[in-house]
Design a protein around this ligand. Sequence first.
Ligand code: OXD
Ligand code: MN
Length: 606
Amino acid sequence: MRVCKRTALTDKTRRDDARQRLAEWVDSVAKITKPSRVSWCTGSEEEFHSLVAGMVADGVLIKLNERNYPNCYLYRSDPKDVARSEEATFICTKDKDDVGPTNNWMASDEAQAKLRKNLDGCMIGRTMYVIPYLLGPVNSPYSQVGVELTDSPYVAANMEIMTKAGPLALQHLNADGFVKGVHSTCTLDPTNKYICHFPDEKLIMSLNSNYGGNALLSKKCHALRLASVMARNEGWLAEHMLIIGIEEPDGTLTYVTGAFPSASGKTNLAMLKPPDYMKGWNVWAISDDIAWIHLDSEGKFRAINPESGFFAVAPNTSLKTNPRIMEMVRKNTIFTNVALSSDKTPWWEGMGEHPRKLWDWQGRVWAAGKSPGSAAHPNSRFTTSIRQYPSLSPEYNNPNGVPVTAIIFGGRRSELVPLVCESFSWEHGVLMGAMLRVETTAAASGDVGVLRNDPMAMKPFCGYHIADYFSHWLSFRRKSGKLPKIFQINPFRVGRDGKYLWPGYSHNLVVLKWIVERCQGKGEAVETPIGYIPTTASLKVQGLDISEDMINELLRVDTAAWMDELESTQLFFESLGEKLPKTLQEELSKLMTRLQPAATFSSQSH
Ligand code: OXD
Ligand code: MN
């Protein structure tokens, strides 16, 4: 009894200490930024309504049709502030070698001095919102607290959807402290944009952007870049991954995580509605973007979603491709940079026929075939609470997370990568992830459709040297006797006519079914130099309208093209210098050997 009391007292003291430190930090930032008001967010519904009402009154948000889209709003951003800015994103440490060649680096002292100058008086005449937030389930040992200070009401409203914001977060404060985030839109000067991360101080500073990936600091900045460093130090993984539970007709559930680069179908896969011909199957979503994966006491991988909402790409979402998303965004949603019809309903390319009268994402009258570009920005987004998703897993709030049976790597490749492939081992699977080369998308500023190395879909999000990150992944061989199986998928392969070979969307469940079967020791496969691929018959699910020739083309392994791919992987690995783990180089050599013309492979089923 006495012990309990003492623990409770200690917890309270620690929380009080942390609150004291929080109050002091908020004061110190306010002294520099000089806001006219400081507002501590409570995360309540009334507060959300007053935030959006203020923005509607100021012309920052447009209220959408209350009958069709109750409590929904449209935000039009500055036209130059529409995507993540990788060129302005820095990891700030003492030593450049900490961050490696895939990150921009700035010395922490230099960055602090530079940003402090920019912060001086940047909130004059504005409100500074203080947003304490909890990432992860309530009372979970894996959850974390952060606090974002921002002068953007748009960011404050979005943060209230994306996280558990307010006093609940403060109740979770403990001796571990909290991640500090300072954000200001300043003047939105693109030449003075900085998204700086200080892993040693657990600090983020973001200036001159209001775009979600740069400004909602809980998301990419905290839950990935800073968390990846914490994960390395503490023996877990912070990954750019979806989490789903796949339910079979007999009720069996298999949990899978999947890493896909931004805007490559991750949200669609997380929110897949089974096709009519797969009766009794279901996909339960737990996360569409980020997974924190810890080892439990038995060495099993357990995943939680740190986020509480979706900030996802709108274009190409329709009742046909994804009815569950369409249902979800019909209320309490903030749309960013979509087009608007005359009856104040949102529209984007791929949603279906466009309304007769339409304004584009910048508010200009838009006419198909006449106006330049698309009506909705290709990276237009919706922000919606996860609670609104109709097939949310009942395990979403489980403080212990869900057990992970398989990990999938994927991305847009019009050629080369087969529809699905299973690795031979954990190490080979890590190589699959490390080798990911995918086409760039509109989620980040810069050219679209250019092939680049995006290992584990973490190129923009790993907060330390990517070669050390590979070593960290490999280290789980020693830490766990229950390693998940690793797969690679590519629903984006095209035929000679340039059209997608695979129907994608709901039909991706056929691929997931094969993955589940493989994890259960079932599922027919053929051994190839690059891994196990399905037999044609094992993908011929009744009802799926696709010819055998198409399936064969989707699964074809082009050995010569793979040899070219390995050459570019070798160059990428060489660019990482001496830190590249030997095991990974050996896996690459083994793959090269398997691809030699003389190598023989069994065509029997496995
Ligand atoms: C995202 C991204 O917004 O990856 O999820 O850019
Ligand atoms: Mn993402």
